[in-house]
Design a protein around this ligand. Structure first.
Ligand code: CP
Ligand code: NVA
Length: 312
């Protein structure tokens, strides 16, 4: 069993091994059980996290900030517009300067290469808090939630219905790695990134898991253990939101679609939800929905990530 992560940063699930993902899940469970027992656990006493945001956030911002506080450290919220970054200071110089002040940096931005660049020039760990390309912390929290409810990840079938976006990309790296089957149903033209599909196919082949990319949501949901969705227009795509509504209608998680899943299926959504669009109230508030446990697990999963990356 491994006891530490091999990389300085958490940028993409692509860079992580199954053992490393399992380690984060185990540490997260341990930290969560201490918290539930009201036992103090302060591995990050005196440590600080800078959180740079170029996009809005509720869960990521609050869970990272509170997570640092609960582990004995502190976090500062930095809107990219208020930093010199917004006035042309380079990512590399920002990384060099931040590394002199803080013990870790979390960043949410549009362009994924900015996270890579930040990590390259930082001497402290950098965590991807979402880019247009990926959202690894979300999928780690999702896996923790599935493990909580189903006791295992191996062999389960996750069906992602909707836009082939950042969350979908991270599922494509994560699912085959954890020996889970993954089906993705998107409207035509909204399929996930081709390069990621190729990498995910190779991983699925190696681990003998199913990877299906289709435009047929009913077939994809058939007998699924987990039915997952996300917004139809991600942050930065607001101008396309209206046009997408028509094209995505068939991909709404509603009673008619999810009845095809296994009776004990889980409904998941990374949130924020656009109720009445990608998911109906009946489904997100229904008995199979674990969307709010999933949101809570952002806190626990990230405490595992923070403790592992910054506690050494
Ligand atoms: N799921 C998620 O990352 O939510 P926020 O955008 O609120 O951080
Ligand atoms: N795909 C969504 C996820 C939000 C957490 C977005 O990027 O806006």
């Amino acid at each position: 069993m491994i006891t530490k992560l091999s990389k300085k940063d958490l940028i993409s699930l692509e860079d992580m091994t199954k053992d490393e993902i399992e380690l984060i899940l185990n540490v997260a469970e341990m930290i969560r059980s201490k918290q539930k027992m009201k036992e103090m656990f302060l591995p990050l006493m005196g440590k600080s996290l800078a959180m740079i945001f170029k996009k809005a956030s509720t869960r990521t911002r609050v869970s990272f900030e509170i997570g640092m506080f609960q582990l004995g450290g502190g976090a500062i919220f930095l809107s990219a517009n208020d930093l010199q970054l917004g006035r042309g200071e380079t990512i590399a110089d920002t990384a060099r300067v931040m590394s002199r002040y803080v013990d870790g940096i979390m960043i949410r931005t549009f362009d994924h290469t900015e996270v890579v660049e930040l990590a390259r020039h930082s001497t402290v760990p950098v965590i991807n808090g979402l880019t247009d390309f990926s959202h690894p912390c979300q999928i780690i929290a999702d896996m923790l939630t599935i493990k909580d409810k189903k006791k295992t990840l191996k062999g389960l079938t996750v069906t992602y219905v909707g836009d082939g976006n950042n969350v979908c990309n991270s599922w494509m790296f994560g699912a085959p790695k954890m020996e889970m089957n993954l089906r993705i149903a998107t409207p035509e033209g909204y399929e996930p990134d081709k390069a990621v599909v190729e990498k995910a196919k190779a991983l699925a082949e190696k681990n003998k898991t199913e990877l299906t990319i289709t435009n047929d949501p009913v077939a994809a949901v058939k007998n699924a253990d987990v039915v997952y969705t996300d917004v139809w227009a991600s942050m930065g795509q607001e101008a396309e939101a209206e046009a997408r509504k028509n094209k995505f209608q068939k991909y709404q998680l509603n009673a008619a679609l999810v009845k095809n899943a296994r009776p004990d299926h889980l409904i998941m959504h990374c949130l924020p939800a656009h109720r009445g669009e990608e998911i109906t109230d009946e489904i997100i508030d229904g008995p199979n929905s674990v969307a709010f446990d999933e949101a809570e697990n952002r806190l626990h999963a990230q405490k595992g990530i923070l403790a592992l990356l910054m506690g050494r």
